[in-house]
Design a binder for this molecule. Structure first.
Ligand code: C5P
Length: 219
């Protein structure tokens, strides 16, 4: 099969993880969730008692992290030093702390290098995150920015978390995280050559089909 690298970026709740994973399945490609990598090293730093305000300590913890992430779209698995953290990295305490790692430039450089190595090791891969179209894989065969209105994003986020948090808490958390993340990566506006897919008024199947069409048109 022909080689293909697909890069997909977008904010929280744009549906990019589930859409990217399904696109990967239909393309017979691997799937890389780079947000899960940021979450895993954040879990590791917290577990090791690292002071997240100490930039050098955070960078050192990330560089030392023995991280494994499954690239099979049908197997969700993330381990740190052999500990399965697949579920733990989705906990609110990780979501709240992750921007401290994501805004650390040395930590980002380390994760970007690991992401490039994973992408290079696969002939066919869909990689998603915040800076894949611009920093990790600017030469990807297809590059997409998946957006959704604030209202649609918060609605989906609420569904994903199972409604355990109040709408106000959720809104504050998601907007604060996107605002912090935006200080180091631009995932709100498409870079040159990146195709925007707005999923606000599309259901899941329509979004997957639109993304697959955008991939075909570029690759
Ligand atoms: O996509 P997800 O919400 O799981 O990402 C978690 C966090 O990881 C984001 O809020 C962001 O801080 C960081 N991230 C990043 N660059 C990426 C992917 C995720 O900074 N490529």
């Amino acid at each position: 099969m022909q080689k293909i690298t697909v890069a997909i970026d977008g904010p929280s709740g744009s549906g990019k993880s589930s859409v990217s994973k399904e696109a990967a399945r239909r393309l017979g490609a691997a799937y890389l969730d780079t947000g899960a990598m940021y979450r895993a090293v954040t879990w590791h730093a917290l577990d090791a008692g690292t002071d997240l305000a100490d930039a050098d300590a955070v960078a050192a913890a990330v560089k030392a992290a023995d991280l494994f992430i499954s690239t099979d779209p049908d197997v969700e698995k993330v381990t740190i030093h052999g500990t399965d953290v697949t579920e733990a990295i989705r906990e609110p305490f990780v979501s709240e702390a992750v921007s401290a790692v994501a805004t650390n430039l040395e930590a980002r450089a380390e994760l970007v290098a690991r992401q490039r190595a994973i992408i290079a090791a696969h002939g066919r891969i869909v990689a998603e995150g915040r800076d894949i179209t611009t920093v990790v894989a600017p030469d990807a065969d297809a590059r997409i920015l998946l957006t959704a209105s604030e209202e649609a994003r918060l609605r989906r986020r609420g569904l994903q978390l199972g409604g355990t948090q109040s709408a106000a808490e959720l809104e504050a958390q998601v907007l604060a995280r996107d605002a912090k993340d935006s200080t180091v990566v631009n995932f709100q506006v498409a870079a040159d050559g990146v195709v925007t897919v707005d999923s606000s008024d599309l259901d899941f199947e329509q979004t997957v089909e639109t993304v697959l069409e955008a991939i075909k048109a570029q690759a």
